[in-house]
Design a binder for this molecule. Structure first.
Ligand code: SF4
Ligand code: ZN
Length: 424
């Protein structure tokens, strides 16, 4: 028996009307993740017998138990574990449900959610706190929305919220990371050439109306949260939903990654705002960027390569701009040749701006990002060029940020970009 959960036990409104709401520092009461505290979110499937429907558990301090000084923001670690069960539930659907956490929490009046997996970042306003919003309400909202939106596959749902640093860190290693890794490994076996269809993603049109992501096995959505498998699963779960197949057909240009089918899908879904995109080039008709990209890649002409910066990195980059400054010119659903937003996973993809020479063009990225992607980056570059430990040739902020010093480092390392054809 399926029950529609229409009433959500929550002291503030929950509606898509609040989706675009930003929580700024001066109105913020509490903050989780966003590089200030560890945070992650995970949806897993359990046995029907083991999951207790509507069980919401908070393990650790709540926002009002947390030590705080009057007027100072409460900052807590946060692990959000959503366990679902249902006879039609499949493990492939987990990532689809997990991505919706982002949307469901943004529906909450006075809440802001950015990121995904272990880069999630949540802010709550003083007003929401004043109205009685507490951490268990995150569980209530997720419970109700999961049951409502995924009633075809979710028969039972329980939510556990962890706020002790020790739990959040331990469960990340023991529980969340192995699941993220397993998904990535499965995805790594697929290539753009060995599938028949790509998928559109229109989820971000609510705030970037002309933005269309084209999701392929080797190029995930730029939020980093929608892989080709996720898009395929979403289509199964929600046949008229945001992810529709684009039957590839023959490429017009394999090097740039141009397909008639893709152009048509982008033109139709952007209401004519964007008519042609390439999937493998940053210079010629690059894909548009909405606003939730995990990273931005931009050309550094003097190094004949590209600089990449992730959202968490607040400082200036060798192109003279910060992530925020780059984001303001790259986002909004317009094409910006020379710049593009993308997911972290793309940094291990052989299709990463392959029209301009690919991963070998990367000359600088923040150390934290480099450490995070090094293994996959090294593997892909080794397979493509024979170069060992490519990540060591990539400069970072602990080595240099100033353009000249970056160039000096690249020369010392014999970085391959310096010997490649001029990038522009
Ligand atoms: Fe979909 Fe792209 Fe938005 Fe991710 S960034 S949710 S893939 S439209
Ligand atoms: Zn987006």
């Amino acid at each position: 028996i399926k029950i529609k959960i229409t009433e959500i036990d929550c002291p503030v409104s929950v509606s898509s009307a609040f989706e675009g709401e930003r929580v700024r520092k001066d109105t913020m009461f509490a903050e989780f993740g966003g590089n200030r505290t560890p945070a992650w979110e995970l949806v897993t499937t359990g046995d029907l017998a083991d999951i207790e429907d509507h069980k919401i558990t908070l393990i650790g301090p709540d926002i009002d138990d947390a030590m705080f000084e009057e007027g100072k923001t409460v900052r807590l670690p946060l692990g959000v574990l959503v366990e679902v069960a249902g006879k039609d539930m499949q493990a492939d659907f987990e990532t689809v449900l997990e991505r919706r956490i982002h949307y469901f929490l943004n529906y909450v009046e006075g809440a802001m959610h950015v990121g995904q997996r272990n880069s999630s970042w949540i802010r709550l306003t003083k007003e929401a706190y004043g109205k009685g919003f507490r951490l268990k309400h995150i569980g209530e909202v997720l419970y109700a929305k999961m049951r409502d939106d995924f009633d075809k596959v979710v028969d039972k749902c329980q939510v556990t919220i962890y706020t002790n640093k020790e739990d959040v860190e331990r469960l990340y290693t023991e529980k969340a990371k192995p699941v993220y890794d397993k998904r990535d490994t499965r995805m790594a076996a697929l290539t753009d050439d060995n599938v028949e269809e790509f998928y559109t993603c229109l989820l971000c049109q609510s705030f970037a109306p002309s933005h269309v992501c084209i999701v392929t096995p080797e190029r995930l959505g730029l939020c980093g949260a929608v892989s080709w498998l996720d898009a395929k699963a979403t289509k199964q779960l929600d046949p008229t939903g945001p992810n529709q197949p684009v039957i590839k057909g023959t490429a017009i240009d394999e090097r740039l990654g141009i397909w008639d089918s893709v152009n048509e899908a982008v033109a139709t879904n952007s209401q004519g705002a964007v008519e042609s995109v390439t999937l493998y080039s940053i210079l010629e008709d690059p894909m548009t960027s909405c606003g939730c990209f995990e990273c931005i890649c931009g050309i550094m002409p003097e190094a004949n390569g590209v600089v990449i910066v992730n959202r968490e990195h607040a400082d200036i980059t060798p192109v003279g701009m910060t992530f925020g400054e780059l984001a303001s010119m790259t986002g909004g659903g317009v094409q910006t040749p020379g710049f593009m937003g993308h997911g972290r996973q793309l940094l291990g993809s052989k299709k990463f701006m392959s029209a301009e020479g690919g991963l070998e063009r990367i000359v600088w990225m923040p150390k934290a990002l480099k450490d995070d992607v090094a293994e996959r980056l090294n593997k892909a570059v080794k397979e493509m060029t024979g170069i060992d430990n490519f990540a060591d040739m990539v400069c970072d902020e602990t080595i240099a940020v100033d353009s000249e010093a970056v160039l000096e480092f690249l020369e010392t390392k014999g970085h391959p970009a310096l010997a490649m054809d001029p990038i522009m």
